[in-house]
Design a protein around this ligand. Structure first.
Ligand code: BG6
Length: 249
């Protein structure tokens, strides 16, 4: 836990005058939607795995180890590989009923979209506060999310206008950028903001996300522990770990 300091240019122990940009992950960092993704994956995988006699049920450990923060189909591949299940990759246009990597990913997306439409999206109050404070200090802000739903989530949360640069799963696909844990999407966001990586801060809740931050050589990597675990975040690339971004305000 960081000691809160409000003096000078320091917020929550971070000297923000050392930085010109903040690159925020979305799900689990700005909005509590990591939980929605988590539940949608759980429902889809448990239905799918029930068709196998020799597979144990999918658990939260599967989520944090193989899925958290990764692009949709990379996550599906990773879970299937860990269980020795081989399916054809298919194509992102696959119907959700297709028994392919892409079909399973799209099946989960149906569940995610239903929850989004019926329940809407909130914002973590501490995250909104930090975003507003950093914007007021003149930092350039971006969202860097693996999700193809990022724009919809930001819009539903009323935060779309807070981020001049959004690098999401669709941008990564269109620009051929490798997804987290590779650093490419974060580097792309920093370049679009015109800020050198050493002057940019990465804020991430997923192990794959802090790995991307470390691999990219960013000025500071802040882990937000929403379930991945403080130690896991520190071991994989976080310089500091908080439980909520309110600690940095
Ligand atoms: O299926 P989508 O919306 O493109 O999202 C892909 C991934 O996006 C990430 O932001 C989430 O942490 C993952 O849980 C999710 O699986």
């Amino acid at each position: 836990m960081l000691r809160r300091r409000r003096s000078g240019r320091t917020l929550g122990g971070v000297n923000w005058s050392d930085f010109d940009a903040a690159l925020f992950d979305l799900d689990g960092v700005i909005t509590p939607t990591a939980v929605v993704h988590m539940h949608a994956w759980e429902r889809m995988f448990n239905d799918f795995l029930a068709g196998y006699d020799d597979q144990s049920p999918y658990t939260d450990d599967d989520y944090f180890t193989y899925l958290d923060g990764k692009p949709r189909y990379d996550g599906v591949q990773s879970v299937l590989e860990s269980r020795g299940i081989h399916l054809p990759y298919g194509d992102p246009s696959d119907d959700p009923s297709a028994t392919t990597v892409c079909g399973l990913g799209n099946r989960k997306n149906d569940a995610f979209e239903k929850v989004l439409a019926s329940e809407g999206v909130e914002v973590y109050p501490g995250s909104k506060l930090l975003v507003d404070q950093l914007a007021a200090r003149g930092l350039a802000l971006a969202v860097v999310s693996s999700s193809r739903n990022a724009r919809n989530v930001l819009e539903a949360a009323g935060m779309l206008d807070s981020f001049p640069v959004i690098v999401d799963g669709n941008v990564a696909d269109a620009e051929d950028l490798l997804g987290k844990p590779r650093p490419d999407t974060f580097l792309d966001a920093a370049a679009k903001l015109g800020v050198p990586k050493e002057r940019a801060v990465v804020l991430e809740d997923a192990v794959s996300g802090v790995q991307a931050g470390r691999a990219g050589g960013f000025g500071l990597v802040i882990g937000v522990d929403r379930g991945a675990g403080r130690e896991a975040l520190l071991e994989n690339g976080a310089d500091i770990v908080v439980e909520d971004l309110e600690e940095l305000t």
